[in-house]
Design a protein around this ligand. Structure first.
Ligand SMILES: [Zn+2]
Length: 868
């Protein structure tokens, strides 16, 4: 699954829900499932026949079921059929079938008729609406298959599935297997579609879709691929098909195992809680992450589609073919797919430089992992709430960063062989973390098991403090390990990991630092010394492959800032990011970071400028909020205004994408954080042109123009955005351009209007959290948004459900910045505890407190550094 939202906390210690693990007294082998959805009534009828094996004789069978009404339940074993009495446990989400006579050890068949509801909470089997009609679609991960059919709903209970659906005559239906028959009836006005039997798989991978979906067809190495959507969006499916065809071939080659699920359907659905979901052979997507206009789309939008697609297709092997035994090893699924996603895309489109995006994405993991309330990659989870909460940047981005580091250490080909061997060994079965790292260590002959274990079972991010001394023409580099924390008074604590770290130094004469001098060492002691040739400044994360933060001396950072060309693009991005953590952890004054930022102002890499812009926006919004405001804005205009002028505004839509991307970033920096009135005026002018003629601006510049224009925009402009948005529902990229821009209006009345809009029926529940999160990020809107959230909490949770939009809102709340805010957030969630966001609330509070401390402690450093 690709989450849109992430993360969670522990203040209130709500009473833990009852553990719901099933025993293995009965083990399922095969399900035969029949569904008859009634879209008008938002209900469905179901029949399930489950073939299982009784391992411990008894008179009852307990399995999962939630919000299901049971009809007759019959159990056959040893040639005798008995009618069962049904009792349900709503809290544990189970049903128990009890028969008068004992069930013998051996095969058993459970036949159930039941009814269920097509809910509006985007979980289980649910209702989605678009174009004036209803659709029925599913999202089973993590624990919601039990809302669609009675099941042994845990990943280790793998089984085969025969699925059929009876749907309205004019509709189609899609499931995991290819269609083997489609016959009229048996009920009037209906037809019944039967799908091929699936290979053995977990219940959370079952897919059900009903509606008037239309598909574009293709194939890759003999596997049929279809990209499907609602009929109005068929013309937007071409790019995804092209990407999927390439990726399937890439993965067939990479793993050396042919795609295991027969056909591959990829479907964009109008309402979807996650970003996308890897159901075996039937991947589902949010529309905006799959559908792009062949002519008008930006590179960023196409990249996003390719990346998410690559993630979900990688899961067909990693996750679907081999599945974690239990959810505490979710990282095996998600971290692997996240690491893999850029690999297939890099092979297809090297010009997109997705390796930079991967380094940038690691920052999402560090943002959590530098907090005292972070969690270990492998965390014990029992309840659905706890399971839902571990779909976070630790499972995804931290694990991906760890795998990237290990791959670089053992070499890509050796790592690939280890992965392929692991997949072959555990195909159609389940595995735990140990199974993975033992196999990689065995195949590569390297001690990666110790490395992975130290990073997976131990919380936090390693800080390597680097000191360099020169003897003759060689350097001695001393490395001290500790854990970096940005909150509370534990700025770092002693801790040791086993890590591969790679260094490069200049030769000491020209000041140049070259790749050839890079040297890798396994770091495993609290303090360790490494000798390298040359006395030039050391860079301690060559190729930015390591999951650790490097702490240089301020002089060393300033030295690197003076010769940025001695570092590669990913290394410059890494240096900038690491230095930012020194600011957040109060280990360096912000002035060191600003010197580095100035040194990188003319960088030609969009990802570097993007990293620069977000940090400077943080300083503008949180630190330079007093008397430093005007001089800081002036500094931004002086330093970056000429860079923007050189790039030109607006340029032409035919400019190379990286030029458009850099122009957009500089426009945001100078126009918003720099408060440049002329750039804002120009943005309003360009926005009006764009509203009249979308071809007037490059697709990569347009979103930023709309945002910067909104900063000084009035109600007339706001109304035009809202009108355009309403007219763009068939064009997701265009729709979300306007949707996102609404949170950039600074006018207080318009802020209130957007907040009301977020909760209105016009906004899909999947998007409400996203919009509020965007509002919480804006310094001008965050207090009003937080007040609105508190006031409207019952309405918000009713609209969003506690499993999807609420986690996203909590992430947004982390953007508040003040000791009083932290106390207020804590008090609010004590009054309104929600188990599915316990840890993320704690993380938000840590983050808010950290921000308040940074504001208090770095303001002076900023004032001292700014020109007077
Ligand atoms: Zn995933």
């Amino acid at each position: 699954m690709r989450s849109v939202a992430f993360f969670l906390a522990l203040i209130v210690a709500a009473v833990p829900a009852a553990a719901q693990r099933l025993s293995d007294a009965v083990v399922p082998e095969h399900y035969t499932l029949w569904f008859a959805p009634d879209l008008a009534k938002e209900t469905f009828r179901g029949r399930a026949t489950i073939r299982a094996v009784v391992t411990q004789p008894g008179t009852s069978i307990t399995l999962h079921a939630a919000e299901l009404e049971f009809g007759e339940v019959r159990i056959t074993s040893g040639g005798r059929t008995q009618t069962a009495r049904v009792t349900t446990n709503d809290e544990a989400e189970t049903a128990t079938f009890t028969v008068p006579n004992r069930l013998a050890e051996g095969p058993v068949t459970i036949e159930v008729t039941y009814t269920g509801i097509l809910n509006d909470k985007l979980r289980g089997f649910y209702i989605s609406e678009a174009n004036g009609r209803k659709y029925a679609v599913s999202q089973m991960e993590a624990t919601d298959a039990r809302r669609a059919f009675p099941s042994f709903d845990e990943p280790a209970f793998k089984a085969t599935f025969d699925i059929s659906m009876m749907v309205d005559r004019g509709d189609t239906a899609i499931s995991n297997g290819r269609v083997v028959s489609d016959t009229p009836g048996p009920e009037p006005g209906k037809h019944t579609i039967t799908y091929a039997r699936t290979p053995k798989m977990s219940t959370y991978l079952v897919a059900l879709l009903v509606g008037d979906f239309v598909c574009r067809e293709g194939s890759s190495e003999g596997t049929a691929i279809r990209i499907c959507s609602t009929p109005d969006k068929r013309q937007l499916t071409g790019f995804a098909l092209e990407a999927a065809v390439h990726q399937l071939k890439f993965y067939n080659d990479y793993f050396g195992i042919k795609y295991p699920f027969g056909k591959l359907d990829i479907i964009a659905v109008p309402d979807f809680a996650a970003g996308a979901m890897e159901n075996a052979g039937a991947i589902m997507f949010r529309e905006r992450l799959l559908l792009v206009d062949p002519k008008q789309s930006s590179v960023a939008a196409r990249k996003m589609v390719a990346i998410v697609l690559s993630h979900e297709i990688a899961h067909q092997w990693f996750g679907n073919l081999v599945t974690m035994k239990w959810w505490d090893d979710l990282w095996l699924n998600e971290g692997f797919a996240t690491w893999m996603e850029s690999k297939a895309v890099a092979a297809w489109r090297p010009d997109w430089q997705v390796e930079l995006d991967a380094v940038a994405a690691t920052q999402g993991a560090l943002a959590v992992d530098t907090l005292p309330s972070t969690r270990a990659v492998r965390t014990k989870v029992e309840t659905p709430e706890q399971i839902n909460e571990v779909f976070d940047p630790i499972a995804y981005e931290k694990t991906a960063a760890v795998l990237r580091m290990i791959e670089a250490f053992v070499g890509p080909d050796s790592f690939r062989k280890g992965v392929a061997s692991y997949l072959t060994k555990f195909a159609y079965r389940n595995a735990a973390g140990e199974d993975f790292w033992t196999e990689i260590a065995r195949v590569t002959g390297e001690p990666v098991d110790r490395m992975i274990k130290s990073l997976v079972d131990q919380v936090g991010v390693p800080l390597l403090t680097i000191r360099q001394s020169c003897v003759g023409n060689s350097s001695e580099i001393t490395l001290a390990q500790s854990r970096l924390l940005i909150a509370a008074d534990r700025s770092s604590e002693p801790r040791t990991w086993t890590l591969p770290a790679c260094f490069k130094t200049g030769d000491g004469t020209t000041g140049s630092t070259t790749r050839s001098t890079a040297r890798c060492e396994v770091i495993e002691r609290p303090t360790q010394a490494v000798k390298t040739s040359g006395c030039g400044g050391v860079f301690a994360n060559a190729d930015a492959r390591g999951y650790y933060i490097s702490e240089y001396s301020p002089e060393a950072v300033r030295d690197l800032a003076r010769r940025p060309s001695s570092l590669t693009r990913v290394e410059r991005l890494n240096l900038l990011s690491d230095e930012w953590w020194m600011v957040r952890a109060l280990r360096h004054p912000v002035s060191v970071f600003l010197d580095l930022a100035a040194g990188l102002a003319s960088d030609d890499t969009p990802a570097v400028l993007d990293a620069l812009q977000t940090r400077l926006a943080f300083i503008a919004g949180n630190i330079a909020d007093g008397p430093q405001r005007a001089p800081f804005q002036q500094w931004i205009r002086d330093r970056f205004g000429p860079v923007l002028a050189k790039l030109g505004l607006p340029g032409t839509p035919r400019d190379p994408d990286d030029v458009q991307a850099r122009r957009a970033t500089m426009m945001l920096l100078v126009g918003v954080s720099g408060g440049d009135a002329e750039v804002q005026r120009r943005a309003r002018e360009l926005a009006r042109q764009y509203l009249a003629n979308p071809a007037s601006l490059g697709a990569s510049l347009a979103p930023t123009v709309l945002q910067v224009a909104a900063v000084s925009g009035d109600r007339a402009l706001y109304d035009r955005y809202v009108a355009k948005l309403a007219a763009s529902t068939a064009q997701p990229e265009e729709y979300y351009r306007y949707f996102t821009a609404l949170s950039w209006f600074t006018d207080a009345a318009l802020v209130q209007e957007t907040l009301k809009f977020a909760l209105s029926p016009t906004v899909r529940s999947q998007d409400t959290g996203t919009l509020l999160r965007g509002m919480l990020r804006q310094p001008w809107a965050r207090q009003a948004t937080w007040t609105f959230i508190k006031d409207q909490w019952p309405a918000l949770t009713a609209k969003l459900g506690v499993f999807q939009g609420v986690p996203e809102i909590v992430i947004g709340i982390a953007s508040l910045c003040g000791a009083q805010d932290a106390a207020d957030v804590r008090a609010f969630f004590v009054r309104n505890p929600i188990e599915s966001v316990e840890r993320s609330v704690e993380q938000a509070i840590d983050d808010i407190e950290s921000c308040a401390r940074v504001d208090a402690r770095q303001s002076e450093a900023l004032a001292g550094w700014l020109p007077r």
